[in-house]
Write a new protein. Structure first.
Length: 254
């Protein structure tokens, strides 16, 4: 916990083994079994250290420390906790506190805001589940076709104000289908340097997925696994424009 957190959260230290009195918040990030097991190994040796208490609301809702709480519960040992006075925003405090320890992943943010019924994050989660990809990858497909962002996409995503239009979602669906088709035809792995390159290229005005797929089919000998996104753009641009005498399309590699 940072000094800023201590100065903004009036807290009282206590200890307990009454696990049933404490509640895990549905909209907190999901528990990571690996993290719990690592904490249990340490706790089995030194116990639950009072310098790292869990933070709870006056209703004993766990704002920060759900992994430490779960580890202590599974070991059957006492744990330390601090109760806030309710003067701060519960959800905001939870995110700040968690982020100060283990940075939230796109999965954590997506599940958190989806559980708060944010339709854009629910849509993102659905996109990721249907295509069996991580939410961070799904976000790349959707954000790669968004023209509405004036602030940092990452900051907007973390603040819960990230959004997109239905048209952008439809283009993301078409882009994913195109990427999948190309990786199948050219026997390429589904990796960032490939799908990010194609996402970037498909956002270029005039890009034609049917033409891209046709060119990849005809000139598979020009295809390789690029090391970077810029390298992927250069490779696919060469294939896209191969044998074009006029109307060659220019793609930015950065």
């Amino acid at each position: 916990m940072t000094t800023d957190m201590l100065t903004t959260l009036p807290l009282t230290l206590a200890t307990s083994t009454d696990y049933s009195a404490f509640k895990l918040l549905d909209y907190n990030r999901e528990l990571h079994r690996g993290t719990i097991e690592r904490i249990k190994i340490t706790m089995a040796e030194v116990g639950f250290l009072p310098i790292h208490p869990i933070i709870v609301s006056k209703d004993y809702e766990i704002i920060d420390g759900q992994h430490r709480f779960t580890a202590a519960k599974e070991l059957g040992i006492p744990f330390y906790y601090m109760i806030t006075d309710g003067s701060t925003d519960l959800a905001k405090t939870m995110i700040i506190s968690n982020t100060n320890k283990r940075s939230w992943t796109p999965d954590d943010y997506t599940h958190y805001y989806a559980k708060l019924n944010n339709p854009y994050y629910i849509g993102l989660l659905d996109f990721a589940k249907r295509h069996e990809i991580r939410t961070g990858v799904a976000m790349s497909f959707i954000s790669g076709h968004s023209v509405n962002h004036t602030r940092s996409v990452t900051k907007m995503f973390r603040d819960g104000i990230w959004c997109y239009t239905m048209d952008e979602m439809q283009r993301a669906e078409a882009c994913f289908a195109g990427v999948l088709r190309i990786t199948e035809i050219a026997n390429l792995p589904f990796k960032g340097s490939i799908y990010k390159a194609l996402i970037k290229m498909s956002a270029t005005k005039g890009f034609d997925w049917e033409k891209m797929i046709d060119k990849v089919t005809k000139y598979r000998d020009l295809i390789y696994v690029p090391a970077t996104t810029a390298g992927g753009v250069a490779m696919f641009a060469k294939v896209y424009n191969f044998h074009e005498t006029k109307g060659r399309m220019r793609f930015e590699e950065v």
